[in-house]
Design a protein around this ligand. Structure first.
Ligand code: ADP
Length: 181
């Protein structure tokens, strides 16, 4: 027996993808990112580029905001993608898709979405992370609305996002048009 032979252990890095609109990224999204990045070797946050969906922040702005939020997490990267998310995973040879769920209404939508993705790419597994109860009611559409009316969003989004939201609405009315004074 060769006592000096090193055991041959092949370790495969397990990567996961967390896709979404992130318009804007909230504390709920950030919580899912933190928890998923602790579970996997590498996490890629994918910002959906969907020209058919009117977003407040451009894909480049959302990527840049998310990059600021995750810059201390060495195993997290952020990219944008304009195609089907399963194609992104296939291209990168990643099998795990992370989604966050806030409750049963999210679950029925997310479940159906995961079935679509399963039909398109059977090898990809969707893993659901339940929300942290602190962020149960946070959703980007609600945050945009509160910000548009000048409400306080500091408990909903990280400081750089709050600043960016205030910047978006500083010169606009709540309906997105010019502010009438
Ligand atoms: P939303 O406008 O609902 O925030 P996104 O497309 O940006 O939609 O969400 C991306 C993913 O993050 C989805 O799986 C969504 O369910 C999840 N998510 C959004 N907000 C939260 C939250 N507060 N807690 C947990 N998961 C969340």
């Amino acid at each position: 027996m060769n006592l000096f032979a090193k055991p041959c252990i092949a370790y495969k890095m397990i990567k996961a993808v967390f896709p979404g609109s992130f318009d804007p990224p909230s504390l709920g999204h950030l919580n899912i990112i933190e928890r998923a990045s602790a579970l996997f070797d590498e996490l890629i946050v994918v910002v959906a580029e969907n020209p058919g969906k009117k977003c407040l922040f451009s894909p480049a702005e959302r990527v840049s905001l998310l990059e600021r939020l995750v810059r201390d997490r060495k195993n997290v990267s952020v990219v944008s993608w304009g195609g089907l998310i399963v194609e992104f995973l296939r291209e990168k040879d990643i099998r795990i898709l992370i989604r966050g769920v806030r409750g049963t209404s999210d679950m029925s939508y997310e479940f159906e979405l995961s079935m679509w993705n399963k039909a398109l790419a059977p090898k990809i597994e969707t893993i659901f992370l339940t929300t942290d109860p602190r962020y149960l009611v946070l959703r980007s559409s609600g945050i945009r609305e509160v910000a548009a009316f000048g409400g306080n969003i500091d408990a909903m989004v990280p400081p750089p996002v709050a600043e960016a939201l205030r910047g978006k609405f500083r010169d606009r009315g709540a309906d997105g048009g010019p502010r009438i004074v």
